[in-house]
Design a protein around this ligand. Structure first.
Ligand code: SF4
Length: 96
């Protein structure tokens, strides 16, 4: 997933680099099953934070956020990446 960030708001290049590092970890680490990914995708597509932009669907606006900020505004992850990682979780607890 594209997540990460300091919780205090990391903007610009820092947020992008943290997000990229988290995405790489999601892509290279254990992958969720196709069934789990499909379930996650369906939940995200019905979520109020589902956002379509230049990078495709993201959890809120793109950018690394964690903690309370992530729960409120979304983690900023690219969802196509986030849902793949076996150990990723929705910041609002809608899926694990
Ligand atoms: S990860 Fe959670 S909060 Fe983000 S879009 Fe998906 S369901 Fe919504």
């Amino acid at each position: 997933m594209l997540s990460g960030g300091s919780g205090g708001g990391v903007g610009g290049a820092g947020a992008f680099l943290q997000g990229a590092a988290a995405a790489a970890a999601s892509l290279l680490g254990p992958q969720a099953s196709d069934e789990v990914q499909a379930q996650r995708r369906a939940i995200c597509e019905g979520c109020e934070l589902y956002t379509l932009g230049a990078l495709g669907a993201t959890c809120g606006s793109f950018g690394a956020r964690q903690g309370p900020e992530s729960a409120e505004h979304g983690c900023g992850c690219v969802l196509a990446v986030k849902i793949r990682g076996s150990f990723n979780a929705c910041p609002r607890g809608k899926w694990t």
